[in-house]
Design a binder for this molecule. Structure first.
Ligand code: HEM
Length: 401
């Protein structure tokens, strides 16, 4: 009896081993001899979350340390996503030129999370919206915006006292937000007056500050952020019907919001309006803040900027200031200050979705990965900004341009 059991056990083990060997041989035979390995991977130790917590503490430092350790390509597993970071010539070329990566698929989910735009509507309308925006904000159409913006900026700056101890960022917001919004959406369309702005400002700030987290995870993770998002969407739900009704027929009399409404023809109008509002503020405000901060933190640069401005527009308070797009060409030093602020304070990462296996630096990135590129760190790479960094060192770290 016992012998019979032993025989059964032996044959069962034999079958199992046979199966395993068969599977091994098949996998060896089907694997391409030239298949490249995946990039080095940082996984963390918490299931699903992966390295999200480590990265979340200080994302920019995390990226830089990982690059020093693993080189110009590495993958981070975080919150259910595989984020593959690339840098250097080959990495940048793959990011911007490769047909195996896709911008739309990378931003679709974030757009759905932050503005509740449905997947189908997003894919249907993105191309038309982008075409309209690039046409309406193109270089040769900027003059009208410059003149209107200048008069808005002047009127908001006039409301400030000549001295004060406010946060610089708040001051920038206080001037930039109403001027830009009245220009793009039409005067008084969004709350921009002293009496109406407070509640709006609080909700927009919460929405903006939580945008990155809110773009990655479902909104029920962040109650306050979700409340502010819903508040802003409701605001646009009330605004849109009035704007549709009062839309002028003449093209040149229309605001960017009117053109957006023409383009999307009633599809998710309040959702796309919220995205337009966010896009107009999210980068322009920090860049304005950093330009001012860099200028006023270096007396030599401050002196040079003031001298250029005065030589073109006259002494402060002498006459009413009216600036055209042509005037802006006469202040190249101010322009280089803005460009330098964009270089040093550009977005931490931009992203694309890998849609087919992608070969970079002798690694193969699998489809489904999010390809990540850091303008912030690339803009500090001495290989691309050699001259500027050379100046920076010669001047003991003070001179930035
Ligand atoms: C200094 C100011 C700004 C900076 C540094 C900036 C930067 C950027 C960056 C890095 C991207 C992502 C590009 C990519 O992944 O390839 C982007 C996208 C975009 N920006 Fe800006 N931006 C600025 C101002 C604005 C303003 C004022 C508006 C609107 C009035 C705007 C509208 C957009 C839109 C609509 C997109 C998405 C394009 C698409 O869906 O294809 N941006 N911006």
């Amino acid at each position: 009896m016992a012998e019979g059991r032993m025989m059964e056990l032996h044959s069962a083990v034999g079958i199992l081993l046979g199966l395993l060997v068969g599977l091994l041989v098949r996998s060896l035979l089907t694997r391409s001899p030239h298949r490249l390995p995946p990039p080095p991977c940082i996984r963390g130790w918490i299931p699903w979350l992966g390295a999200a917590l480590q990265m979340g503490k200080d994302p920019l430092e995390f990226i830089q340390r990982a690059r020093q350790k693993h080189g110009p390509i590495f993958t981070v597993v975080a919150a259910g996503n595989r984020l593959t970071f690339v840098s250097g010539d080959e990495g940048m070329s793959a990011f911007f030129k490769s047909k195996e990566v896709n911008f739309l698929q990378a931003v679709q989910k974030p757009v759905q999370h932050t503005a509740s735009v449905k997947e189908e509507t997003f894919y249907k309308l993105h191309g038309d919206i982008l075409k309209m925006m690039t046409f309406r904000l193109s270089h040769n159409r900027l003059n009208a915006h410059v003149t209107r913006l200048c008069s808005e900026f002047s009127s908001h700056l006039d409301q400030l006292s000549s001295q004060g101890t406010k946060e610089l960022y708040d001051l920038v917001r206080q001037v930039m937000y109403p001027a830009v919004v009245d220009n793009l959406f039409g005067k008084g369309v969004c709350p921009t007056t002293k009496d109406t702005i407070k509640e709006f400002e609080e909700h927009f700030r919460t929405f903006d500050e939580g945008f990155e987290r809110g773009s990655q995870l479902p909104e029920w993770f962040f109650k306050n952020w979700s409340l502010s998002k819903q508040w802003l969407l409701k605001l646009f739900k009330n605004i849109i019907p009035k704007e549709e009704e009062s839309k002028p027929s003449e093209d040149s009399a229309k605001t960017l919001l009117h053109h957006l409404l023409d383009t999307i023809r009633g599809n998710s109008a309040h959702n796309f309006s919220l995205l337009l509002l966010w896009a107009s503020q999210a980068n322009a405000n920090p860049v304005s803040f950093w330009t001012l901060a860099f200028i006023i933190s270096d007396p030599e640069i401050y002196k040079k900027v003031i001298s250029e401005i005065t030589s073109v527009f006259g002494e402060r308070g002498q006459h009413h200031l009216s600036i055209t797009a042509v005037d802006l060409k006469k202040v190249p030093y101010v322009k280089s200050c803005v460009l330098e602020a964009i270089r040093l304070r550009s977005p931490g990462v931009i992203t694309r979705k890998v849609v087919k296996p992608l070969k970079v630096y002798n690694y193969e990135i699998p489809p489904g990965d999010l390809l990540m590129l850091s303008p912030y760190w690339i803009h500090r790479d001495p290989k691309y900004f050699f001259q500027i960094l050379k100046n920076l060192n010669q001047n003991a770290g003070r001179r930035r341009w």
